[in-house]
Design a protein around this ligand. Structure first.
Ligand code: CU
Length: 163
């Protein structure tokens, strides 16, 4: 167990150093992060890990983000060999003991209508709203533009069609 932990720390040493977390009721929110956006981009993704340490299910139902007009909860997945996104109007359930990871290519938050680009190294303030745990303030660490599929690489025309 110890060696697995150590390996994980070594492998993720850089992000572990900047890890930060929040708590709302029995929900732990690990390392919310976003990605730097190109100039003129109107959307940014939001990622984190949610852990339900309680005995009742809870649900992420919404939130807000500084500098963005709209906060949406999305899911991305393969549909007939095509990467598709859909909005989850009811949010995402986190069962007791469950960890739900928001990451590129999977569940993610989408901040729509950015007033200015997200810059690498900055922090973006926001809130997350849970059905039972209520509303909690968080900060997203803005990381570099990455190579894995996310909004930067996606055609948003497709996304709107699937809504
Ligand atoms: Cu999305």
């Amino acid at each position: 167990m110890k060696s697995i932990l150590l390996a994980a720390i070594l492998a993720f040493g850089v992000s572990a150093a900047s890890a930060h977390e929040y708590k709302a009721g029995s929900i732990e929110i690990k390392h919310p992060w976003s990605r730097a956006t190109p100039k003129g981009s109107e959307v940014a993704g939001g990622y984190m890990k949610l852990i339900n340490t309680g005995t009742e299910p809870d649900r992420l139902i919404g939130g807000s983000t500084a500098g963005a007009g709209k906060f949406e909860i999305h899911e991305m997945g393969m549909d007939n060999g095509v990467m598709k996104m859909r909005m989850l109007p009811k949010g995402v359930e986190i069962k007791p003991g469950q960890t739900v990871e928001f990451k590129p290519g999977s569940y993610h938050l989408m901040f729509v209508g950015l007033k200015q680009p997200f810059e690498k190294g900055k922090r973006v303030k926001g809130t997350l709203q849970f059905e039972k745990a209520g509303t909690v303030d968080v900060e997203y660490v803005v990381e570099a533009v990455g190579g894995s599929p996310d909004h930067g690489a996606m055609d948003h025309g497709d996304m709107k069609m699937s809504h």
